[in-house]
Write a protein of this length. Structure first.
Length: 124
């Protein structure tokens, strides 16, 4: 939790300043440096999701090492627990991203480029 602000700083500063006009168009940032709040949030969330995936891969490797070196039942149980919690963490983080993407598209009418989704909610 203490690393959360540190991870958010590069995304928020990148969204506020872009010296290159082409890069500013890619980020959907105006020349004055104003960015859409939803785009900044998606940039932060995507960065956090990348960190979660990196940690999950590390946990998979650690669990694999524990499985390979397990001579008895204790280390194999520990490896199984690590693998289970890593999978649960991945599922929760992906579901969290999906919920944020869905709510963003529902609130903005699907007008955001940051989420990459194409969900349009219209009343019939």
């Amino acid at each position: 939790m203490m690393m959360l602000p540190v991870l958010a700083i590069p995304a928020s500063t990148n969204a506020q300043f872009s010296p290159d006009a082409t890069r500013a168009r890619e980020l959907n940032v105006s020349r004055s440096g104003n960015a859409n709040l939803i785009e900044v949030l998606f940039t932060v969330i995507k960065g956090l999701l990348a960190v979660v995936f990196a940690i999950a891969v590390l946990m998979f490797v650690i669990a694999g090492i524990f499985f390979l070196t397990a001579a008895g039942g204790d280390r194999a149980d520990t490896a199984r627990d690590i693998l289970t919690y890593a999978i649960i963490g991945l599922v929760v983080s992906v579901l969290g991203y999906a919920i944020v993407l869905f709510l963003s598209n529902a609130l903005t009418g699907g007008n955001t480029n940051a989420g990459g989704g194409g969900i349009n909610i219209t009343a019939r």
